[in-house]
Write a protein that binds this ligand. Structure first.
Ligand code: FAE
Length: 545
């Protein structure tokens, strides 16, 4: 067992929170005892509590909401289904790496479900213990959706790439949002609070761990494509010390999608730590919200199940909240709202709820290099460069140059392409099973494959190289049946008003990636963060003061 069991009483939970991720992170970030005391001020929710603001989910939307509400003087309770990742396991690490995945890697699975599930066409997944691990690969009929689970949401597992969308595309995707305010105020605010930093180009040119990126860049340039550096929330100065072997390695030790033990500025170290420092935050981990209904006494009744590390129910609780902020991610928020609408609990929600979901045009692909084109055995897990072919009218592509950090030379160049895929799906309640499904079919990702194929066919032709056909399935070139970037399902100014308010239900708000219409052209968390900053500012000034 790597983590203390879920708290059972307010007294224990206070102590748990003191030891907990947020407090530890605050201490780690600022070294201040007063901040630790502030974090301890919030206790885990108990059955029958009445709170002023409850936030469902602790990813980007939830963390922004928690910080700005607490700063405005409002006591805020965050409920998170995943664990507070703060206690080292027997190996002394909080997270496991990608080469030796154990129970900490996946959310309630008995084997890993790697994005690259094969090697030489042979299944590469490994058995693991069933545990509330940090990465969920949630399976719908036509797509697997990867999501972070834990206090910090997707920030715990993602590649840290912090990219602002092209302004013209942002204006097209979210036409009801004032772009000037976004680009002058909210993107800069988000980047600052997230701790976004830029790689030193001179260091990049020399670093062994980015040999793979330089090779892909040079090959892209030879075919006439532009590349661009990608900012990140991973501390590049820490990475330089990793390369110099003066600190414990994380990005250089095959740590990414199952968590980073060092170097990454995850939300528990940034937004949530700052919220805890106000003394007005409580974080209730390992609690799954299952229902939100209008409460007879006013506000909303939020029903949740406390779970143990095997996913087993430990206790049921209902809390009354004056205001509820849905920040459970595109999938989590959409599923909850669609289920509540179908159950009649929130039957007046607009029909647009559950619509407009997209995969951000994600598709992965790998190329096989010539033996003299080495990618390096040591590869930084944090991508730092992308191929920018977004201006191609025949099929825009922004392809990050992804690592394949196995620790040995494999001559593989890997890419995650973000394309402009117009296909959309919707969430549907199945009254037979009581679950919510997603209508996405794998074939809907063909536009993404077509756009990426144009770029990588050209690079292969120029380099006299071929695609790898063994990593996504036997004979399968395209990783087209999963996404890291679920977006939409509760679109701004359609399912909500222009600031995330759910019409007809005063005090209900949507704050996360479900607001974004399916495709934003770049990695999405900076946009999710900045949009949440914009919306919560409006909500605080107009609804809460
Ligand atoms: P999210 O961060 O998913 O937070 C939602 C939280 O709600 C999660 O912690 C859930 O556990 C929790 N939750 C869900 N349902 C419930 C419930 N019923 N009760 C209680 N809690 C619940 O949402 N994006 C980038 O911009 N750059 C990258 O480099 C990048 N790399 C990625 C790599 C991987 C492997 C993955 C999976 C994602 C990556 N992303 C990246 C996507 C990014 O992490 C994602 O867009 C954001 O995390 C979404 O933020 P939200 O606030 O919408």
């Amino acid at each position: 067992m790597y983590h203390h069991p879920a708290p059972r009483s307010r007294v224990i939970s206070r102590r748990a929170l003191l030891q907990g991720g947020v407090a530890a992170a605050v201490l780690g970030a600022a070294g201040g005892g007063s901040l630790a005391r502030a974090a301890a001020a919030g206790a885990t929710l108990a059955d029958g509590d009445h709170v002023s603001a409850l936030v469902i989910g602790s990813g980007y939307g939830g963390a922004v909401t928690a910080l700005r509400l607490t700063q405005a003087g409002i006591a805020t309770s965050v409920v998170e289904m995943g664990m507070a990742w703060n206690t080292p396991g027997p190996d002394g690490k909080i997270f496991c790496n990608m080469l030796r995945p154990d129970q900490r890697s996946y959310w309630l699975r008995t084997s890993t479900d790697q994005p690259l599930g094969y090697f030489l066409g042979i299944p590469a997944n490994k058995p693991i213990g069933r545990y509330t691990g940090v990465l969920d690969s949630e399976r719908f009929s036509g797509i697997r959706v990867y999501q972070g689970r834990g206090v910090g949401g997707g920030s715990l597992v993602n590649g840290g790439m912090a990219v602002q969308p092209l302004r013209s595309y942002f204006e097209e995707v979210l036409p009801s949002v004032d772009p000037r305010a976004m680009y002058d105020t909210y993107f800069p605010r988000a980047n600052a609070a997230l701790g976004v930093n830029h790689i030193d180009p001179a260091w990049f040119e020399a670093a062994e761990c980015y040999r793979y990126a330089r090779l892909s860049r040079n090959q892209a340039h030879a075919s006439g494509y532009r590349t661009t550096f990608v900012p990140n929330v991973y501390d590049f100065t820490y990475m330089a010390r990793e390369q110099a072997n003066t600190v414990p390695r994380s990005a250089l030790a095959s740590e990414v999608i199952y968590g980073n033990n060092y170097g990454k500025r995850t939300l528990d170290k940034t937004y949530l730590a700052a919220a805890a420092a106000t003394g007005r935050l409580s974080v209730t981990a390992q609690h799954v919200v299952t229902a939100v209904t209008p409460a007879p006494a006013g506000g909303y009744a939020v029903t949740m199940t406390q779970i143990g590390t095997g996913g087993e129910p430990v206790a049921g609780k209902t809390v009354r909240a004056d205001r509820v902020f849905f920040a459970a991610g595109s999938i989590g928020t959409s599923k909850l709202l669609v289920a509540m609408k179908a159950a009649g609990a929130l039957s007046g929600l607009p029909d647009a709820v559950g619509q407009g979901w997209g995969n951000n045009g994600n598709v992965m692909v790998a190329r096989a290099n010539h033996v003299w084109d080495t990618t390096g055995a040591l590869q930084a897990g944090m991508p730092a460069m992308g191929i920018d072919n977004w201006s191609d009218a025949r099929g825009p592509v922004f392809a990050e140059i992804a690592p394949f950090p196995t620790g040995v030379e494999l001559w593989v160049s890997l890419y995650l392409a973000i394309t402009r895929n117009p296909e959309r799906a919707r969430f549907v309640f199945d009254s037979g099973t009581g679950t919510v499904g997603l209508t996405w079919r794998t074939a809907q990702n063909q536009p993404a494959v077509d756009a990426a194929k144009r770029v990588f066919d050209a690079i292969n032709a120029e380099q006299f190289t071929v695609y790898r056909r063994d990593l996504f399935g036997p004979g399968k070139i395209w990783g087209d049946d999963f996404t890291y970037h679920p977006l939409g399902g509760c679109i701004l100014n359609q399912a909500t008003d222009n600031y995330g308010r759910l019409p007809g239900f005063p005090g209900l708000y949507v704050m996360d990636g479900s607001l974004i219409p399916g495709n934003i052209g770049v990695n999405p968390f900076v946009t999710i963060t900045a949009l949440a900053e914009r919306n919560i500012e409006k909500i605080i000034t107009t609804d809460l003061s």
